[in-house]
Write a protein that binds this ligand. Structure first.
Ligand code: ADP
Length: 403
């Protein structure tokens, strides 16, 4: 009996051992499979992280704003291209402190304060050099989900252009206020004097009323010029190209100025070839001619000459550009002023310009109109000998038409 039992027990044992072995093999295979899957998913995760990181770097480098991220020890962990360009950093900045990388105490101090105070702080910094830049920098401490401070982020905005625009705006408002106040003060003064009794003197009344009229006209011109310039600067004026004879247009403008020129004994000459046809916004071109001829008569020499000429640049049948010039033989414009006369409100002799009813905006309007046509304007002057304003317009209208 016992051999049978022993055999049965042995068989059962072999069965158990066999099952164990099979199970163990299966488990090993499963473990190997799990291990493989884990490896693959780790690899995938690593690649995704790397891609994400590279993507972030690309995004950071595409940013117009500069960005620097400091770790909890105040060392640079991330820095984008915009900052490297702004500060012209050549050496590797990662791993260094702000002071080591930028050599600017203000930056290090800003980051230290933002870190210590745990709040956003700002700073304006000027970078000297051939083209100085003005930067607005914001620094903020950042924290992990547990609330532990992990570092500081600094964002750099280049506000140079913004500051320039703001300065131009302030200067423009100051100029306009001044230009408006001067005639208004004069008008008010004369009106008060008339009311105080001067009106009883007919001769004095007439003189005062003429002065009031002159300054009222000046205000009207100023407001008209301001409206024109604001429309031109906002691009609200559409250039309506049409064909016209330049000689005829110049003749019309010169005729309008005949009495003003005669009052200063100035001879006007139309030297534009009669055959010259051009395509431009003729109303706007007339405004350009009016402003230039008006100046030539105003600032030219009493008893002198003012002439308007034109020529075709390039082939006659397909002109590349048409050049129009207005020349006087007056005292001219000093060398140091020639580049500035197209600026709004710039005058060589402010008192003289105001006395002549000038607004200081005439040449600025000329420049805008010519540029809206796709052209250019410049001035040449020889002090004591005279001035030539030269404008060139495209022979064909720009396509699509420039507004
Ligand atoms: P304004 O209303 O003062 O004439 P403009 O913009 O037309 O303003 O001209 C700017 C300044 O340029 C004038 O104030 C004057 O000093 C100078 N200027 C313009 N044209 C001439 C010229 N033909 N000869 C001398 N100076 C000129």
């Amino acid at each position: 009996m016992w051999p049978f039992l022993a055999l049965t027990a042995l068989a059962a044992l072999v069965g158990i051992l066999y099952r164990w072995r099979r199970q163990s093999r299966e488990q090993q295979a499963r473990i190997a499979e799990l291990d493989q899957r884990l490896r693959e998913s780790n690899e995938r995760f690593r690649r995704e992280l790397e891609q994400e990181h590279a993507g972030q770097e690309v995004i950071f480098d595409c940013m117009i704003e500069g960005l620097v991220v400091l770790d909890s020890e105040g060392r640079i962990r991330l820095i984008n291209q915009a900052v490297e360009n702004l500060f012209q950093l050549n050496a590797e900045a990662r791993g260094r402190t702000l002071l080591e990388a930028f050599r600017r105490h203000e930056l290090q101090d800003l980051a230290n304060r933002a870190s210590a105070q745990g709040q956003a702080l700002g700073l304006e910094l000027t970078l000297d050099g051939p083209s100085p830049r003005c930067l607005a920098i914001n620094a903020t401490a950042f924290h992990d989900t547990g609330g532990t401070q992990r570092g500081v982020i600094l964002v750099f905005h280049d506000v140079t252009r913004l500051n320039e625009l703001e300065a131009t705006r302030r200067e423009f408002v100051a100029n306009v206020s001044h230009e408006l106040r001067t005639p208004i003060t004069i008008i008010k003064g004369y009106v008060e004097t008339l009311l105080d009794g001067a009106r009883n003197d007919p001769q004095l009344s007439l003189k005062f009323l003429q002065t009031i009229e002159k300054h009222t006209n000046r205000l009207t011109f100023l407001i008209e010029d301001l409206l024109t310039i604001s429309q031109l600067e906002e691009g609200r004026i559409v250039v309506n190209h049409q064909w016209g004879q330049l000689h005829t247009l110049v003749a019309k403008v010169l005729e309008d100025f005949a009495s003003r020129a005669a009052a200063r004994n100035i001879a006007l000459a139309n030297q534009v070839p009669e055959s010259l046809a051009l395509r431009a916004d003729l109303d706007r071109l007339q405004q350009v001619l009016v402003n230039l001829i008006d100046n030539a008569i105003k600032y030219g020499r009493a008893g002198g000459h003012v002439s308007v000429a034109a020529r075709i640049l390039g082939a006659q049948d397909s002109p590349e550009r048409i050049e129009i010039s207005v020349t006087d033989d007056g005292p001219g414009i000093p060398k140091e002023s020639i580049d500035r006369i197209f600026e709004r409100f710039y005058r060589v002799d402010t008192a003289r310009s105001r006395e002549q009813g000038g607004t200081g905006l005439g040449l600025s309007i000329v420049k805008h109109i010519v540029q809206a046509h796709g052209g250019d304007v410049s001035a040449e002057s020889q002090p004591g000998k005279g001035t030539t304003f030269r404008l060139t317009l495209p022979g064909e209208p720009p396509s699509p038409p420039v507004r």
